[in-house]
Design a protein around this ligand. Structure first.
Ligand SMILES: Nc1ncnc2c1ncn2[C@@H]1O[C@H](COP(=O)(O)OP(=O)(O)OP(=O)(O)O)[C@@H](O)[C@H]1O
Length: 315
């Protein structure tokens, strides 16, 4: 099946500044794709281009086989976009806001669909409330509702749960999965790495307008070591003994901990043996599952290191 979103050689410059430096990416039907990156990496710019809100400086984007610039009306209809910023009229009620949005797409919002959306977003009680009288988290939920009224094939969620409390965040995650299971493709940006880890089928990491990696989440986590072993030292060390360094050990916590990643629990035996042979007597030993956040931090550190090696400055 052809990809739902095909991004080819997309660049975007704002005056002399390059926000996207050549992005190629395919997003498949029915997957949840998490686009991750530090502030200013280019996530919103990329999403805005795919949603037809911004024009690329070069390159092309197709959604369901249609060009987002040439066939704007058709591709816009296929897309639901939850922007970072609140963009509704505060004088309308929740229900009116959703109905007007449906009207904008030429769709009549059926009562059962309205009730489903209000239920999923836990806004049933607020149906007749003016949107200016909603809390910040409720406003974000209404934004998600607005993006869903026309039943889009592709849903873009730019920081969907910023400011949403933990309990409701979990409820929203479950609704996003339901949408995916019904065949909706979901592209999400988030600064909560836990959110991406929980939801994503595939992950793309973008930094300074370039994709550093695009990979299945499970494969990415496996490749970066499933577990970390941490030897908590009685007194801080200044260097890792060579035998441990060979196994990939590094110092953390200002020298107070030696940390080693391994892909299998069996790998820890060699680490403990090397530690004992080198006279390292930890006061505690911890193991921790490697998280997407660990991988993200490492990838960005690697990219920064490579740039520093080439003598480039941080922007
Ligand atoms: N209209 C604009 N004019 C000039 N520069 C812009 C414009 N829009 C975005 N940029 C710049 O492009 C870069 C990418 O911005 P973008 O909003 O895509 O980042 P982001 O990855 O979504 O960041 P965040 O995580 O902070 O939301 C930033 O340096 C930003 O300042």
């Amino acid at each position: 099946m052809p990809p739902v979103v095909e991004i080819r050689g997309v660049t975007k410059t704002f005056d002399a500044f390059t926000a996207l430096a050549g992005v190629d990416l395919d997003i498949q039907r029915g997957e949840i794709f998490a686009l991750l990156g530090p502030n200013g990496a280019g996530k919103t710019t990329l999403i805005s281009i795919v949603a037809g809100l911004l024009r690329p400086s070069s390159g092309t984007v197709r959604v369901l086989g249609k060009d987002v610039v040439r066939d704007y009306r058709e591709t816009r209809r296929a897309i639901g976009l939850v922007p970072q910023e609140i963009n509704f009229d505060p004088f309308f009620t929740v229900e009116e806001t959703l109905r007007f949005q449906a009207g904008y797409f030429g769709v009549r919002l059926r009562e059962e669909r309205l009730v489903e959306i209000l239920g999923a977003l836990e806004l049933e009680d607020k149906r007749h409330t003016n949107s200016r009288a909603l809390s910040g988290g409720m406003k974000r939920r209404l934004l998600i509702g607005k993006a869903l009224v026309h039943d889009p094939r592709v849903l873009f969620l730019d920081e969907p749960t910023a400011g949403v409390d933990v309990e409701l965040r979990r409820a929203l995650w479950s609704y996003v999965r339901t949408l995916r299971d019904r065949g909706t493709t979901v592209v999400l940006t988030t600064h909560y790495l836990e959110e991406a880890e929980e939801l994503a089928d595939r992950v793309g990491v973008i930094d300074r307008g370039r994709l550093l990696v695009v990979e299945g989440k499970d494969a990415l986590l496996r490749r970066h070591g499933a577990k970390t072993l941490r030897l908590v030292l009685a007194a801080p060390a200044t260097a890792v003994p060579p035998a441990l360094a060979q196994l990939g050990a590094r110092l953390e916590d200002g020298g107070g901990t030696i940390a080693v990643e391994t892909t299998a629990d069996a790998g820890f035996g060699a680490v403990l043996a090397a530690a004992a042979a080198a006279g390292v007597a930890p006061k505690d030993v911890e193991t921790r599952r490697t998280t997407l956040e660990d991988v993200f931090v490492r990838l960005l550190a690697g990219a920064n290191g490579a740039r520093a090696g080439r003598g480039e400055e941080r922007r």
